[in-house]
Design a protein around this ligand. Sequence first.
Ligand code: 5AD
Ligand code: SF4
Length: 476
Amino acid sequence: MDCKKNNVLSPEEMDRQFEYIKRIKKENDIYARERGKRRRAFVMTFGCQQNEADSEKISGMAEAMGYELTAEPAGASLIVVNTCAIREHAEQKALSVIGQYKHIKSKDPETIIAVCGCMVTQEHRVNEIKHSYPYVDFVFGTSSIHRLPELIIQRTESRRRIYCPEEADYLVAEGIPIKRNDGVRAWVSVMYGCNNFCSYCIVPYVRGRERSRTREAVFSEVEELVKKGYKDITLLGQNVNSYGKDSGYDYDFADLLAMLDTIEGDYMLHFMTSHPKDATHKLIDTMAAGRHIAKHFHLPMQAGSDEVLRVMNRRYTFEKYIAILDYITEKMPGAVITSDIMVGFPGETEEDFEDTLRALERAQFDMIYSFIYSPRRGTPACNMENQISDAVKSERFNRLLETQNAISLAKNKPLEHKTVRVLCDGRSKNNPDVFSGRTEGNKIVFFDGDDSDTGKFLDIFIERGDTFALYGKKVK
Ligand code: 5AD
Ligand code: SF4
């Protein structure tokens, strides 16, 4: 047995939830027979891929309970809002959407409205829901997703509102049904939680300590996805580089990747997110040797100033960060490297910020996700006195974008007149006359196509490389 420390939720607990699922399904089937239509469930998701993956489990359970999934909240019997807490803006968006559901409840008081996820894994937000959103039926945190069926039963039987406490142990729940939103790209969580406590970040407080799934569990999920025809599988974790350490496994993330890479088929493996403090040469060597592992590294740098990195508790210097990048480009020339950058961290001086701009020039990222620092209650940075004004933050943010946009353009230009392999996602949402897809490095490509191309790898001749996308034509 690989699992030295048992971090998996007991099978008895999962069986209990399946009993609730059966009971609800029976009732929903009777409703459907009597009314000639199924009860519907609507799941709204905010935030990162981990939340998307959690919502696919919520949808999977809802379907197993006999609900029909719908893309509209109006008319749904069950509404679940899966929230994010990473920045203030994400919380405000979720609260505003929850606010809009008041009229749904007043039209049909039988509608069950539940709020879950990172925002409501914080006590002050639970209190806010309790007092200011009285039509919300129940609230459950990130450790309790598997308890949705039980909470629905409790709510309908007791008529009392429920504020589900966090589980004392954050455990890995295996076997929850998953309803995937896409037939081509899939998420697979390899670990949950974070132990790093970067001083600005709420994640370790709302997602608990790190716990890794066993390689057998991950392997069989990925194998099944490849068999079903999924072409792009992204392994998820807040910090995949520490995979296995929490549970005392005698294999690490590189070993897991190498094992998954043995699965036969035409597919790509991506992963996110890596922490630079423990990105190893072994991992990079494994990627370089992989047959299916995309040559794409997302490695959040956050800042270019050593002092800012120190106060952020990132536990690496810029020099160390660059040494990893250099090793990646040495082993995988042409690899796409992307990053997360934050501006306006408390105490960030103009000089510190200029270090970040210089770092961008040195790193030559293909693309960055850029963020304005947002104070999160309960984190060390929130209480630091030297907070940066909004005006300075947004001025720096604009300069950051300007610098990176020029770099992104310069990285995309040389792809002109080259043929790249693209996984086709189908018609573009914004312009259904063109098709869109992504390269191995996750660059967006627009091209002429036809509906039968969806879900296929295509060769696209790039005619124009722009800042945010590539434009081309299918090689016939
Ligand atoms: N404010 C702004 N950005 C944040 N991130 C994490 N916490 C905060 C915060 N409090 C960013 C980091 C991280 C990404 C997922 O979100 O850059 O890498
Ligand atoms: Fe947050 Fe840092 Fe953990 Fe990433 S590694 S989730 S930024 S605490």
